[in-house]
Design a binder for this molecule. Sequence first.
Ligand SMILES: [Zn+2]
Length: 202
Amino acid sequence: MVELIPSQDAVMQILTRTGAFREGHFVYPNGKHSPHYFQMPLAFRYYDTARVLAVALSRKFRLEKDISSQLPKVAVISPSSGGIPVAFGVRDALNAEQIYWAEQEHGERMFRQYVNQGEVNPCIIVDDIMRSGKAIEETVALVKTLGARMIGCGAIVRFDMAPNEIEGVPIKSLIDFDVKMYEGDENCAECKAGVSPEQVRF
Ligand SMILES: [Zn+2]
């Protein structure tokens, strides 16, 4: 049976329909302007769309021999709360044995206490969106402290400024997004067109 992975267009339609992808004129807390904005939990609040997205991403992982050959003895790991529904969906689709998620405590990414006790399977790190890649890189470092090996890495959306591989492991994504981000209002097309800006939290 051929397992189809939806096209980038089909995934963008889901994100647009659920409000997870917005077009307009957005200003970030760091002062940057952008004509688009992603708020991924809006797509993951519906079970049906969450499932479609997670299953699609899981299929990309299953194509990797290093992953498929180790299932179900695999751990799916989320760098933050945003990736938790992705991690549960991917775990479910792959029937992977373990799931973990990191959180920010006092500005530092870490796992809950005692998680390092016991054996951690080879890991797939998944997130809802990869902007700079920093969250995933920090999580790779965390995974090493658990003594586990990273065998896969991916996100529903990957910004084109993010790396496409980490330590030799290719990053899987359903959408590779061409980001438009302007420093301040000088080069912003929406400012020039007089579109009123909307402040976004992060
Ligand atoms: Zn602007």
